[in-house]
Design a protein around this ligand. Sequence first.
Ligand SMILES: Cc1cc2nc3c(=O)[nH]c(=O)nc-3n(C[C@H](O)[C@H](O)[C@H](O)COP(=O)(O)OP(=O)(O)OC[C@H]3O[C@@H](n4cnc5c(N)ncnc54)[C@H](O)[C@@H]3O)c2cc1C
Length: 396
Amino acid sequence: MDLSYTDEEKAFRDEVRGFLAEKLPKEISDKIRAGRNIGKDGYEWWHATLNARGWLNFNWPKEFGGAEWNAIQRHIFEEECAAAYAPRIVPFGLSMLGPVLQKFGSKAQQDYFLPRILNGEHWWCQGYSEPGAGSDLASLKTRAVRDGDHYVVNGQKTWTTLAQYANWIFCLVRTDPEAKAQEGISFLLIDMNTPGIEVRPIVLLDGTPEVNEVFFDDVRVPVENLVGEENKGWTYAKYLLTHERTNIAGVGFSQAGLDMVKRIARIETANGRPLIENPHFAARLARVEIDLMAMATTNMRIISKAAAGQAPGVESSMLKVKGTIIRQEINDLARRAVGPYAMPFASEAVAGDNDPIGPDYAAPVAAQYFNNRKLSIFGGSNEIQRGIIAKVKMGG
Ligand SMILES: Cc1cc2nc3c(=O)[nH]c(=O)nc-3n(C[C@H](O)[C@H](O)[C@H](O)COP(=O)(O)OP(=O)(O)OC[C@H]3O[C@@H](n4cnc5c(N)ncnc54)[C@H](O)[C@@H]3O)c2cc1C
Protein backbone atom coordinates (compact mmCIF):
# COMPACT_ATOMS: atom_id res chain seq x y z
CA MET A 1 0.00 0.00 0.00
CA ASP A 2 1.44 3.36 -1.06
CA LEU A 3 0.26 6.35 1.00
CA SER A 4 2.30 9.01 -0.78
CA TYR A 5 0.93 11.15 -3.61
CA THR A 6 2.04 10.60 -7.21
CA ASP A 7 3.26 13.51 -9.37
CA GLU A 8 -0.06 13.43 -11.19
CA GLU A 9 -1.96 13.74 -7.91
CA LYS A 10 0.28 16.61 -6.79
CA ALA A 11 -0.40 18.39 -10.09
CA PHE A 12 -4.13 17.85 -9.55
CA ARG A 13 -3.85 19.42 -6.09
CA ASP A 14 -2.15 22.47 -7.65
CA GLU A 15 -4.91 22.70 -10.22
CA VAL A 16 -7.59 22.68 -7.48
CA ARG A 17 -5.68 25.29 -5.48
CA GLY A 18 -5.37 27.50 -8.56
CA PHE A 19 -9.08 27.18 -9.26
CA LEU A 20 -10.00 28.10 -5.67
CA ALA A 21 -7.59 31.05 -5.67
CA GLU A 22 -9.17 32.36 -8.87
CA LYS A 23 -12.85 31.59 -8.36
CA LEU A 24 -13.54 31.75 -4.62
CA PRO A 25 -13.98 35.39 -3.56
CA LYS A 26 -12.65 36.41 -0.13
CA GLU A 27 -16.07 37.74 0.78
CA ILE A 28 -17.52 34.19 0.54
CA SER A 29 -14.61 32.36 2.20
CA ASP A 30 -14.66 34.93 5.04
CA LYS A 31 -18.33 34.15 5.59
CA ILE A 32 -17.66 30.39 5.68
CA ARG A 33 -14.66 30.89 8.00
CA ALA A 34 -16.83 33.01 10.30
CA GLY A 35 -19.54 30.32 10.27
CA ARG A 36 -22.04 32.65 8.58
CA ASN A 37 -24.89 31.43 6.44
CA ILE A 38 -24.42 32.05 2.69
CA GLY A 39 -28.09 31.34 1.96
CA LYS A 40 -29.69 29.69 -1.05
CA ASP A 41 -28.13 32.15 -3.51
CA GLY A 42 -24.65 31.43 -2.15
CA TYR A 43 -24.99 27.67 -2.60
CA GLU A 44 -26.49 28.09 -6.06
CA TRP A 45 -23.65 30.40 -7.10
CA TRP A 46 -21.03 27.88 -5.90
CA HIS A 47 -22.74 24.97 -7.70
CA ALA A 48 -22.88 27.03 -10.91
CA THR A 49 -19.18 27.96 -10.56
CA LEU A 50 -18.17 24.31 -10.15
CA ASN A 51 -20.52 23.21 -12.92
CA ALA A 52 -18.96 25.70 -15.35
CA ARG A 53 -15.57 24.07 -14.61
CA GLY A 54 -17.03 20.55 -15.06
CA TRP A 55 -16.32 19.75 -11.39
CA LEU A 56 -19.80 19.74 -9.87
CA ASN A 57 -20.55 16.15 -10.86
CA PHE A 58 -17.13 14.84 -9.93
CA ASN A 59 -18.57 11.61 -8.53
CA TRP A 60 -20.76 10.84 -11.57
CA PRO A 61 -19.61 8.32 -14.18
CA LYS A 62 -18.43 9.55 -17.57
CA GLU A 63 -21.41 7.96 -19.33
CA PHE A 64 -23.61 10.53 -17.52
CA GLY A 65 -21.25 13.40 -18.31
CA GLY A 66 -19.50 13.22 -14.94
CA ALA A 67 -15.83 13.83 -14.18
CA GLU A 68 -15.58 10.34 -12.56
CA TRP A 69 -12.78 11.28 -10.18
CA ASN A 70 -11.18 8.47 -8.27
CA ALA A 71 -11.18 8.34 -4.46
CA ILE A 72 -7.83 10.15 -4.19
CA GLN A 73 -8.90 13.02 -6.45
CA ARG A 74 -12.11 13.43 -4.44
CA HIS A 75 -10.10 13.44 -1.21
CA ILE A 76 -7.68 16.07 -2.53
CA PHE A 77 -10.54 18.26 -3.76
CA GLU A 78 -12.42 18.01 -0.45
CA GLU A 79 -9.26 18.72 1.55
CA GLU A 80 -8.40 21.82 -0.52
CA CYS A 81 -11.99 23.14 -0.42
CA ALA A 82 -12.08 22.81 3.38
CA ALA A 83 -8.69 24.52 3.74
CA ALA A 84 -9.83 27.40 1.48
CA TYR A 85 -13.18 27.74 3.35
CA ALA A 86 -15.19 27.03 0.20
CA PRO A 87 -18.96 26.50 0.58
CA ARG A 88 -20.06 22.91 0.92
CA ILE A 89 -21.71 21.17 -2.00
CA VAL A 90 -25.31 20.40 -1.11
CA PRO A 91 -25.38 16.62 -1.51
CA PHE A 92 -29.03 15.65 -1.97
CA GLY A 93 -29.32 15.86 -5.76
CA LEU A 94 -25.68 15.35 -6.69
CA SER A 95 -24.40 12.66 -4.34
CA MET A 96 -27.59 10.94 -3.27
CA LEU A 97 -30.34 10.99 -5.92
CA GLY A 98 -28.00 11.25 -8.92
CA PRO A 99 -26.33 7.85 -8.36
CA VAL A 100 -29.73 6.20 -7.62
CA LEU A 101 -31.23 7.47 -10.89
CA GLN A 102 -28.11 6.44 -12.79
CA LYS A 103 -28.39 2.88 -11.46
CA PHE A 104 -32.13 2.32 -11.06
CA GLY A 105 -33.95 5.19 -12.85
CA SER A 106 -35.68 4.88 -16.23
CA LYS A 107 -34.07 6.48 -19.29
CA ALA A 108 -36.82 9.15 -19.23
CA GLN A 109 -36.05 9.93 -15.56
CA GLN A 110 -32.32 10.11 -16.25
CA ASP A 111 -32.81 12.39 -19.24
CA TYR A 112 -35.19 14.70 -17.41
CA PHE A 113 -33.79 14.90 -13.88
CA LEU A 114 -29.99 14.56 -14.16
CA PRO A 115 -29.38 17.74 -16.24
CA ARG A 116 -31.69 19.70 -13.91
CA ILE A 117 -29.67 18.62 -10.88
CA LEU A 118 -26.58 20.05 -12.54
CA ASN A 119 -28.05 23.30 -13.86
CA GLY A 120 -29.64 24.09 -10.49
CA GLU A 121 -33.23 24.09 -11.75
CA HIS A 122 -34.07 21.39 -9.20
CA TRP A 123 -33.03 21.61 -5.56
CA TRP A 124 -33.64 18.21 -3.93
CA CYS A 125 -34.21 17.27 -0.31
CA GLN A 126 -34.27 13.87 1.36
CA GLY A 127 -37.58 12.53 2.69
CA TYR A 128 -36.48 9.43 4.58
CA SER A 129 -36.93 10.04 8.35
CA GLU A 130 -40.29 10.28 10.07
CA PRO A 131 -41.36 10.71 13.67
CA GLY A 132 -40.80 7.14 14.91
CA ALA A 133 -38.68 6.10 11.91
CA GLY A 134 -35.07 7.28 12.15
CA SER A 135 -32.57 4.59 13.13
CA ASP A 136 -35.38 2.12 12.50
CA LEU A 137 -36.09 3.58 9.07
CA ALA A 138 -37.97 0.53 7.78
CA SER A 139 -40.83 1.27 10.18
CA LEU A 140 -41.78 4.37 8.13
CA LYS A 141 -45.53 4.97 7.73
CA THR A 142 -46.01 7.63 5.01
CA ARG A 143 -48.53 5.92 2.75
CA ALA A 144 -48.81 5.99 -1.06
CA VAL A 145 -51.94 4.45 -2.57
CA ARG A 146 -52.29 3.86 -6.32
CA ASP A 147 -55.21 5.72 -7.91
CA GLY A 148 -55.21 5.36 -11.71
CA ASP A 149 -52.03 6.92 -13.08
CA HIS A 150 -51.19 8.61 -9.75
CA TYR A 151 -50.10 7.70 -6.24
CA VAL A 152 -51.90 9.53 -3.45
CA VAL A 153 -49.45 10.29 -0.63
CA ASN A 154 -50.37 10.96 3.01
CA GLY A 155 -48.04 11.21 5.99
CA GLN A 156 -45.15 13.16 7.46
CA LYS A 157 -41.39 13.38 7.04
CA THR A 158 -39.12 15.10 9.53
CA TRP A 159 -35.59 16.52 9.95
CA THR A 160 -35.68 17.33 6.22
CA THR A 161 -32.54 19.38 5.66
CA LEU A 162 -33.00 22.62 3.71
CA ALA A 163 -36.50 21.63 2.54
CA GLN A 164 -37.29 25.35 2.63
CA TYR A 165 -35.01 25.78 -0.43
CA ALA A 166 -36.08 22.59 -2.24
CA ASN A 167 -38.53 22.29 -5.11
CA TRP A 168 -38.29 18.46 -5.26
CA ILE A 169 -38.15 15.76 -2.57
CA PHE A 170 -37.24 12.09 -2.94
CA CYS A 171 -39.35 10.07 -0.55
CA LEU A 172 -39.59 6.61 0.87
CA VAL A 173 -43.26 5.70 1.06
CA ARG A 174 -45.17 2.60 2.09
CA THR A 175 -47.00 1.06 -0.85
CA ASP A 176 -47.77 -2.34 0.71
CA PRO A 177 -48.68 -2.19 4.40
CA GLU A 178 -49.21 -5.99 4.51
CA ALA A 179 -45.66 -6.88 3.42
CA LYS A 180 -42.70 -7.32 5.79
CA ALA A 181 -41.33 -3.86 6.78
CA GLN A 182 -38.55 -3.58 4.19
CA GLU A 183 -40.57 -5.13 1.39
CA GLY A 184 -43.51 -2.73 1.15
CA ILE A 185 -41.52 0.45 0.54
CA SER A 186 -41.24 2.46 -2.71
CA PHE A 187 -39.05 5.36 -3.81
CA LEU A 188 -41.01 8.36 -5.17
CA LEU A 189 -39.92 11.66 -6.69
CA ILE A 190 -42.28 14.43 -5.62
CA ASP A 191 -42.60 17.99 -6.91
CA MET A 192 -42.77 20.17 -3.77
CA ASN A 193 -45.17 22.54 -5.55
CA THR A 194 -47.89 19.86 -5.70
CA PRO A 195 -51.01 20.85 -3.72
CA GLY A 196 -51.17 19.25 -0.24
CA ILE A 197 -47.50 19.68 0.77
CA GLU A 198 -46.66 21.84 3.76
CA VAL A 199 -43.13 22.59 5.02
CA ARG A 200 -42.73 23.70 8.65
CA PRO A 201 -39.33 24.79 9.98
CA ILE A 202 -37.64 23.21 13.00
CA VAL A 203 -35.28 25.67 14.68
CA LEU A 204 -32.06 23.98 15.82
CA LEU A 205 -29.98 24.71 18.93
CA ASP A 206 -27.97 27.29 16.97
CA GLY A 207 -31.14 29.21 16.13
CA THR A 208 -31.21 28.33 12.43
CA PRO A 209 -34.10 26.56 10.64
CA GLU A 210 -31.76 24.10 8.92
CA VAL A 211 -34.27 21.26 9.06
CA ASN A 212 -38.02 20.96 8.58
CA GLU A 213 -41.11 18.86 8.94
CA VAL A 214 -42.81 18.06 5.64
CA PHE A 215 -46.50 17.10 5.65
CA PHE A 216 -48.33 15.32 2.81
CA ASP A 217 -52.11 15.58 2.61
CA ASP A 218 -53.61 13.73 -0.39
CA VAL A 219 -50.64 14.66 -2.59
CA ARG A 220 -51.06 13.29 -6.11
CA VAL A 221 -47.84 12.04 -7.68
CA PRO A 222 -47.70 10.75 -11.29
CA VAL A 223 -46.76 7.05 -11.45
CA GLU A 224 -43.89 7.86 -13.82
CA ASN A 225 -42.18 9.42 -10.76
CA LEU A 226 -41.74 5.99 -9.19
CA VAL A 227 -38.06 4.98 -9.29
CA GLY A 228 -37.52 1.34 -10.28
CA GLU A 229 -40.17 -1.13 -9.18
CA GLU A 230 -42.99 -0.68 -6.69
CA ASN A 231 -42.14 -2.18 -3.25
CA LYS A 232 -38.42 -2.42 -4.11
CA GLY A 233 -37.56 1.02 -2.69
CA TRP A 234 -35.53 -0.37 0.21
CA THR A 235 -32.87 -1.62 -2.20
CA TYR A 236 -32.54 1.87 -3.75
CA ALA A 237 -32.67 3.54 -0.32
CA LYS A 238 -29.74 1.45 0.92
CA TYR A 239 -27.75 2.12 -2.25
CA LEU A 240 -28.27 5.84 -1.70
CA LEU A 241 -27.02 5.60 1.90
CA THR A 242 -23.68 4.19 0.74
CA HIS A 243 -23.28 7.46 -1.21
CA GLU A 244 -24.46 9.58 1.77
CA ARG A 245 -21.48 8.31 3.74
CA THR A 246 -18.76 9.59 1.44
CA ASN A 247 -16.24 12.06 2.89
CA ILE A 248 -17.53 10.83 6.23
CA ALA A 249 -14.23 11.34 8.08
CA GLY A 250 -14.31 15.10 7.40
CA VAL A 251 -10.52 15.34 7.75
CA GLY A 252 -10.38 18.67 5.88
CA PHE A 253 -13.06 20.24 8.09
CA SER A 254 -11.31 19.06 11.25
CA GLN A 255 -7.95 20.32 10.05
CA ALA A 256 -9.42 23.76 9.27
CA GLY A 257 -11.18 23.79 12.68
CA LEU A 258 -8.01 22.80 14.49
CA ASP A 259 -6.03 25.56 12.75
CA MET A 260 -8.69 28.03 13.89
CA VAL A 261 -8.54 26.81 17.52
CA LYS A 262 -4.76 27.23 17.51
CA ARG A 263 -5.13 30.75 16.10
CA ILE A 264 -7.59 31.64 18.86
CA ALA A 265 -5.47 30.00 21.57
CA ARG A 266 -2.43 32.04 20.53
CA ILE A 267 -4.41 35.27 20.96
CA GLU A 268 -6.51 34.48 24.06
CA THR A 269 -4.71 34.34 27.40
CA ALA A 270 -4.91 32.39 30.66
CA ASN A 271 -3.10 33.75 33.73
CA GLY A 272 -1.28 36.30 31.58
CA ARG A 273 0.14 33.72 29.16
CA PRO A 274 -1.17 32.67 25.71
CA LEU A 275 -3.81 29.99 26.23
CA ILE A 276 -1.93 27.64 23.91
CA GLU A 277 0.80 27.40 26.62
CA ASN A 278 -1.67 26.39 29.31
CA PRO A 279 -0.79 22.76 30.15
CA HIS A 280 -4.40 21.54 30.43
CA PHE A 281 -5.50 23.23 27.22
CA ALA A 282 -2.33 22.22 25.37
CA ALA A 283 -2.76 18.59 26.44
CA ARG A 284 -6.35 18.47 25.10
CA LEU A 285 -5.23 20.15 21.91
CA ALA A 286 -2.36 17.69 21.47
CA ARG A 287 -4.65 14.72 22.11
CA VAL A 288 -7.16 15.75 19.46
CA GLU A 289 -4.38 16.61 17.01
CA ILE A 290 -2.85 13.15 17.45
CA ASP A 291 -6.29 11.56 16.99
CA LEU A 292 -6.76 13.60 13.84
CA MET A 293 -3.36 12.60 12.45
CA ALA A 294 -4.13 8.95 13.16
CA MET A 295 -7.56 9.24 11.54
CA ALA A 296 -6.12 11.03 8.49
CA THR A 297 -3.73 8.10 8.02
CA THR A 298 -6.56 5.57 8.42
CA ASN A 299 -8.58 7.61 5.96
CA MET A 300 -5.74 7.52 3.43
CA ARG A 301 -5.39 3.78 3.94
CA ILE A 302 -9.07 3.29 3.16
CA ILE A 303 -8.91 5.68 0.19
CA SER A 304 -5.88 3.84 -1.11
CA LYS A 305 -7.79 0.54 -0.84
CA ALA A 306 -10.76 2.14 -2.62
CA ALA A 307 -8.45 3.39 -5.38
CA ALA A 308 -7.31 -0.23 -5.78
CA GLY A 309 -10.93 -1.25 -6.28
CA GLN A 310 -11.79 -2.52 -2.78
CA ALA A 311 -15.08 -1.07 -1.49
CA PRO A 312 -14.86 0.26 2.08
CA GLY A 313 -16.96 -1.80 4.47
CA VAL A 314 -17.11 -1.40 8.19
CA GLU A 315 -14.27 1.14 7.93
CA SER A 316 -16.75 3.85 6.92
CA SER A 317 -18.56 3.29 10.26
CA MET A 318 -15.23 3.62 12.08
CA LEU A 319 -14.46 6.88 10.25
CA LYS A 320 -17.94 8.22 10.98
CA VAL A 321 -17.60 7.63 14.74
CA LYS A 322 -14.02 8.86 15.07
CA GLY A 323 -14.43 11.77 12.65
CA THR A 324 -17.47 13.16 14.45
CA ILE A 325 -15.91 12.76 17.91
CA ILE A 326 -12.88 14.72 16.70
CA ARG A 327 -14.96 17.51 15.15
CA GLN A 328 -17.10 17.85 18.28
CA GLU A 329 -13.98 17.97 20.48
CA ILE A 330 -12.51 20.72 18.28
CA ASN A 331 -15.79 22.67 18.57
CA ASP A 332 -15.64 22.26 22.35
CA LEU A 333 -12.01 23.47 22.52
CA ALA A 334 -12.94 26.55 20.45
CA ARG A 335 -15.86 27.26 22.79
CA ARG A 336 -13.57 27.03 25.82
CA ALA A 337 -10.88 29.13 24.15
CA VAL A 338 -13.17 32.12 23.55
CA GLY A 339 -14.49 31.82 27.11
CA PRO A 340 -17.15 34.43 27.94
CA TYR A 341 -17.39 35.55 24.29
CA ALA A 342 -19.16 32.26 23.56
CA MET A 343 -21.93 33.36 25.95
CA PRO A 344 -23.55 36.31 24.11
CA PHE A 345 -24.41 33.97 21.29
CA ALA A 346 -26.86 35.57 18.89
CA SER A 347 -27.99 33.59 15.86
CA GLU A 348 -28.31 36.91 13.98
CA ALA A 349 -24.52 37.18 14.09
CA VAL A 350 -24.37 33.96 12.09
CA ALA A 351 -27.42 34.27 9.84
CA GLY A 352 -27.10 37.95 9.02
CA ASP A 353 -24.36 40.50 8.66
CA ASN A 354 -24.53 41.88 12.20
CA ASP A 355 -21.24 42.59 13.91
CA PRO A 356 -20.32 39.95 16.47
CA ILE A 357 -19.77 40.71 20.13
CA GLY A 358 -16.07 40.32 20.93
CA PRO A 359 -13.34 39.31 18.47
CA ASP A 360 -14.43 38.22 14.98
CA TYR A 361 -13.37 34.63 15.59
CA ALA A 362 -15.76 34.35 18.56
CA ALA A 363 -18.97 34.90 16.57
CA PRO A 364 -19.53 31.40 15.15
CA VAL A 365 -18.02 29.38 18.00
CA ALA A 366 -21.14 28.74 20.09
CA ALA A 367 -23.32 28.24 16.99
CA GLN A 368 -20.89 25.69 15.55
CA TYR A 369 -20.64 23.90 18.89
CA PHE A 370 -24.43 23.58 19.09
CA ASN A 371 -25.00 22.88 15.40
CA ASN A 372 -22.43 20.11 15.22
CA ARG A 373 -24.16 18.08 17.92
CA LYS A 374 -25.99 16.79 14.82
CA LEU A 375 -22.88 15.10 13.45
CA SER A 376 -23.16 12.11 15.77
CA ILE A 377 -26.89 11.72 14.98
CA PHE A 378 -27.43 12.00 11.23
CA GLY A 379 -26.12 9.73 8.49
CA GLY A 380 -26.72 6.82 10.93
CA SER A 381 -26.14 7.70 14.60
CA ASN A 382 -22.83 6.85 16.24
CA GLU A 383 -24.54 4.26 18.45
CA ILE A 384 -25.86 2.53 15.33
CA GLN A 385 -22.37 2.68 13.75
CA ARG A 386 -20.86 1.14 16.88
CA GLY A 387 -23.45 -1.63 16.63
CA ILE A 388 -22.37 -2.27 13.02
CA ILE A 389 -18.68 -2.34 13.99
CA ALA A 390 -19.37 -4.75 16.86
CA LYS A 391 -21.39 -7.06 14.62
CA VAL A 392 -18.80 -7.18 11.84
CA LYS A 393 -15.63 -7.23 13.93
CA MET A 394 -16.81 -9.19 16.94
CA GLY A 395 -19.62 -11.18 15.37
CA GLY A 396 -22.02 -9.72 17.99
C1 LIG B 1 -29.48 18.07 11.67
C2 LIG B 1 -30.13 16.84 11.12
C3 LIG B 1 -30.40 16.78 9.77
C4 LIG B 1 -31.07 15.67 9.24
N1 LIG B 1 -31.38 15.67 7.90
C5 LIG B 1 -32.17 14.67 7.42
C6 LIG B 1 -32.67 14.73 6.08
O1 LIG B 1 -32.39 15.66 5.32
N2 LIG B 1 -33.49 13.73 5.67
C7 LIG B 1 -33.83 12.67 6.46
O2 LIG B 1 -34.57 11.80 6.00
N3 LIG B 1 -33.38 12.59 7.74
C8 LIG B 1 -32.58 13.56 8.23
N4 LIG B 1 -32.12 13.51 9.54
C9 LIG B 1 -32.60 12.43 10.40
C10 LIG B 1 -31.54 11.45 10.86
O3 LIG B 1 -31.24 10.53 9.86
C11 LIG B 1 -32.10 10.77 12.13
O4 LIG B 1 -32.16 11.76 13.13
C12 LIG B 1 -31.24 9.62 12.59
O5 LIG B 1 -31.35 8.53 11.72
C13 LIG B 1 -31.64 9.15 14.03
O6 LIG B 1 -33.01 8.89 14.07
P1 LIG B 1 -33.95 9.55 15.18
O7 LIG B 1 -33.66 11.02 15.25
O8 LIG B 1 -35.34 9.13 14.90
O9 LIG B 1 -33.47 8.94 16.55
P2 LIG B 1 -33.79 7.48 17.09
O10 LIG B 1 -33.62 6.48 16.02
O11 LIG B 1 -35.10 7.51 17.81
O12 LIG B 1 -32.63 7.30 18.14
C14 LIG B 1 -32.64 7.94 19.43
C15 LIG B 1 -31.38 7.52 20.16
O13 LIG B 1 -31.39 6.10 20.37
C16 LIG B 1 -30.20 5.53 19.80
N5 LIG B 1 -30.55 4.24 19.19
C17 LIG B 1 -31.59 3.97 18.35
N6 LIG B 1 -31.56 2.68 17.98
C18 LIG B 1 -30.47 2.11 18.57
C19 LIG B 1 -29.88 0.80 18.54
N7 LIG B 1 -30.42 -0.19 17.83
N8 LIG B 1 -28.74 0.61 19.26
C20 LIG B 1 -28.19 1.61 20.01
N9 LIG B 1 -28.71 2.86 20.07
C21 LIG B 1 -29.82 3.12 19.35
C22 LIG B 1 -29.74 6.50 18.75
O14 LIG B 1 -28.35 6.40 18.51
C23 LIG B 1 -30.10 7.83 19.39
O15 LIG B 1 -29.10 8.21 20.29
C24 LIG B 1 -31.42 14.58 10.09
C25 LIG B 1 -31.12 14.65 11.45
C26 LIG B 1 -30.49 15.75 11.98
C27 LIG B 1 -30.21 15.79 13.45
